[in-house]
Design a protein around this ligand. Structure first.
Ligand code: ASP
Length: 323
């Protein structure tokens, strides 16, 4: 009897973004419309696709088609369900997700928190539209496919401009540059070197934890997800925003403090009142790099950026409300 080697599949899920964007001319790199091409068209433009697949079977699925500035909880829920579906198949070795850059770090953290996948889930993007004669999407996609085939890869990561970032640390730090992402003080997980992955030494210690209840996330009506908002401390900060949010029944607030998590005294008073009213308050810093050190008035979510702290607090509250 001939033994048939099980062919591993890689599934590419499309969600839109600039990587699928088009402009009126090939020289236009700023005035374009995101989310125009299907994920199958994106794959067709990947240089040397057969070689990079190296015998793996490619499947594609268009999960959404949006500019990621408009990302919403319903799309997150759908995406988490589709990822869970594919990750559960034994012959699927990895997922690749095409996504816009604007909220990529939030979706990456959301998926990591909810799925905590043992297989690689590689998120990929572009800073130039697919119609550009200098499009960066095809090469980024190629790199993402290479990363997805690494035997040691696991969990959600982001690949852009030859750099591999963890879902936890990645942040968009530039509105235009091709290399628009940074992992800050943590440093990247690795990088591409002549088409091959080089892991950095931080890769081994990126254990990600957050309160999760994957089942609730995938089944609860998103309208019932706890409302958690980010408020910013700044010169002249008042209490109007916090008071209005409390009135609308917000369940949690993440304050993006200045510097080492300092909060304007007027905003602080409003947050204390919100806490008294049952709202859960968490602290983060609006500083792009570093994390809050020393003790602070509110827990700081282990150095997560404000937008990722919002996701973790929402999941924490969701987990509590579903037990
Ligand atoms: N607005 C676009 C998006 O996030 C930007 C990009 O993909 O670079 O979908």
């Amino acid at each position: 009897m001939v033994s048939v080697k099980k062919i591993q599949k890689v599934v590419v899920l499309g969600t839109g973004g600039t990587i699928a964007g088009t402009a009126a001319s090939a020289s236009e790199q700023v005035a374009y419309t995101a989310a125009q091409l299907g994920v199958d068209q994106l794959m067709a433009a990947v240089p040397g696709l057969d070689k990079v697949l190296d015998g793996r079977q490619l499947l594609v699925e268009q999960v959404a088609q949006l500019d990621s500035k408009d990302m919403d909880h319903a799309t997150w829920q759908l995406l988490a369900c589709r990822c869970a579906h594919w990750l559960a198949q034994d012959d699927v070795g990895a997922l690749v997700i095409t996504h816009g850059t604007d909220t990529l770090e939030e979706t990456a953290w959301f998926l990591q928190s909810v799925l905590q996948p043992h297989k690689p889930v590689v998120m990929v993007c572009a800073m130039r539209p697919a119609s550009s004669d200098e499009a960066d999407g095809p090469q980024n996609l190629r790199d993402a496919l290479v990363v997805s085939a690494q035997p040691s890869a696991a969990g959600v990561c982001v690949v852009c401009a030859g750099v591999i970032h963890s879902a936890r640390d990645v942040q968009k730090v530039h509105p235009y540059r091709l290399d628009a992402f940074s992992s800050g003080d943590a440093g990247p997980l690795g990088w591409m070197d002549r088409g091959q992955v080089q892991w950095s030494s931080v890769y081994a210690r990126t254990a990600l934890q957050t309160a999760t209840l994957a089942n609730s996330v995938m089944t609860f009506d998103v309208q019932q997800w706890p409302a958690v908002e980010v408020v910013l401390s700044h010169a002249g900060a008042g209490r109007r925003v916090v008071d209005a949010l409390v009135q609308t029944g917000v369940a949690g607030l993440v304050v993006a403090g200045s510097g080492n998590g300092t909060v304007h005294h007027v905003l602080q008073a409003a947050l204390k009142d919100a806490e008294q009213a049952g709202v859960r308050v968490r602290l983060s810093t609006r500083c792009i790099e570093g994390r809050i050190v020393g003790s602070s008035r509110w827990p700081d979510m282990a150095g997560l950026s404000p937008v990722k702290a919002r996701i973790s607090l929402m999941l924490e509250l969701l987990a509590e409300s579903s037990v």
